[in-house]
Design a protein around this ligand. Structure first.
Ligand SMILES: [Zn+2]
Length: 102
């Protein structure tokens, strides 16, 4: 189980998955994301995860939060961007990183 970023409203339910069989709950730091998805050059390199004939691209998009990622599903062509891109009030902690991510 990965998070689009580490804010509490996205991680509050983690404890209910902590002891599930065959479940990994990723940590919330950039180092947790880079090590799990084998991203050598954060934020300039993407990672991937294979869900079984379904590749999800893991795209670093720091700015809203330092460990923010987007997930691109090649099967549906949907991009899940968490809180980093939506029509509404957006909090950005690091504008240079956010601009590069967008
Ligand atoms: Zn957020």
């Amino acid at each position: 189980m990965a998070h689009t970023h580490a804010h509490g409203d996205h991680t509050a339910g983690d404890s209910q998955f902590k002891y599930k069989l065959r479940t990994v709950v990723l940590g919330l730091e950039v180092s947790d994301v880079t090590s799990y998805f084998n991203i050598q050059n954060w934020p300039l390199q993407n990672g991937q995860i294979d869900l079984g004939n379904r590749i999800i691209e893991i795209i670093p998009i720091p700015g809203h939060q330092q460990a923010s990622i987007a997930l691109y599903d090649y099967a549906t062509k949907l991009l899940l961007s968490g809180d980093s891109f939506y029509p509404g009030r957006l909090y950005v902690r690091d504008w240079p990183a956010y601009k590069l991510s967008m």
